[in-house]
Design a protein. Structure first.
Length: 341
């Protein structure tokens, strides 16, 4: 038995605490039309999985917003009578929209006795973060090369390759602080399931006078979730996505699922193995959490949520791991790689 699958004991100071960061696939699958019907259907599936681990645990749910905030930005740019709304305002809008969908579906599954609430979350970032000069966070739909070139000329947007097509990219500064951490902790203490840190939280900077101002950026959801999980003394951080975990040689004939890894070994030897716009932020955030807290983080498929929490699936990142171990996809039987001693 691992620390993650132990049940809360009678008289314990608090329940076992789990944070789940939902990947974008939980809301909109690649290539799907960004309709409310599709998003409702995907959220319903995600919440059916989340409901399986809610009983007897404090549960925090965060989510991405890349496709949604990109769509809102497109809609705003198409309406010419007023200037487009800035990304911080659009981020707040997506938190309300997506949070509503998640809360509704969780309430339908958990019943009237388990409260669920959405917290509009603000994240403070460093105004001097170099990310403001190097846009990297993909948002919105995919474009052909010709479409992206036209939008770059017309609107000054930046684009980066996402598979065989291009997506708009925006600055993604590192989170320094989630301002509502204390309020979220208080809600958890009442037994409430909290949906928060949507899209990494609304990005803000603090001026010399202490005043907060929104900025044109999107905070990485995984890094913000890891920081919040650290502040709330979460026992297990789950990065729920659409793959079995993090892989070495992903997409090749000899790809290997990483079953267990020490954060230092994983990032030192293998950071170049993970896609910058998708898996790398998850791996980096999981490593940050494990290193800062001494607790486990796991990356894996949302469909395997019970096994992820129970310790028998996914890529587990922990200070107790020795080097990096790999396993056949879908199994928990690890073998040490030759690269790490």
């Amino acid at each position: 038995m691992t620390a993650a699958d132990a049940s809360p004991t009678p008289g314990a100071a608090r329940s076992r605490r789990v944070a789940v960061a939902l990947g974008g696939n939980a809301l909109l699958r690649r290539g799907e039309a960004m309709t409310s019907e599709n998003q409702r259907a995907n959220v319903a599936v995600a919440c059916s999985q989340l409901a399986k681990i809610a009983e007897g645990r404090d549960l925090i749910v965060s989510h991405g917003n890349g496709p949604q905030i990109g769509l809102l930005a497109l809609e705003g740019a198409a309406y010419e009578p007023v200037p487009p709304y800035p990304l911080d305002v659009l981020g707040a809008e997506t938190q309300g929209m997506i949070g509503y969908l998640i809360e509704l579906e969780l309430r339908n599954r958990l019943g009237p006795t388990r409260p669920v609430t959405v917290v509009l979350t603000i994240t403070e970032v460093d105004p001097s973060d170099p990310a403001f000069d190097a846009p990297s966070k993909p948002i919105g739909p995919q474009y052909s090369d010709a479409e992206a070139a036209a939008l770059e000329r017309e609107r000054g947007w930046h684009f980066a390759r996402d598979g065989g097509r291009l997506r708009r990219v925006v600055p993604s500064p590192k989170p320094r602080r989630v301002l509502e951490a204390g309020q979220i902790g208080a809600l958890l203490a009442t037994g409430c399931v909290v949906v928060c840190a949507g899209g990494g939280g609304v990005p803000t900077v603090r001026g010399a006078d202490g005043a907060l101002t929104g900025v044109e950026a999107v905070v990485d959801k995984d890094r913000a979730s890891a920081l919040l999980a650290q502040d709330l003394e979460v026992d297990l951080l789950v990065m729920a996505t659409d793959t079995a975990g993090a892989f070495l040689g992903f997409g090749t004939a000899d790809q290997r699922l990483i079953s267990r890894a020490h954060p230092d070994a994983l990032l030192t030897r293998y950071s170049g193995q993970f896609a910058a716009g998708s898996m790398l932020p998850k791996v980096a955030a999981a490593c940050d959490f494990a290193r800062a807290t001494g607790r486990e983080a796991v990356i894996g498929a949302l469909a395997d949520i019970e096994a992820l929490v129970g310790g028998s699936a996914g890529t587990r990142i922990s200070l107790s791991a020795s080097g990096v171990s790999t396993a056949a996809a879908g199994t928990g039987h690890g073998t040490r790689t030759n690269e790490e001693g």
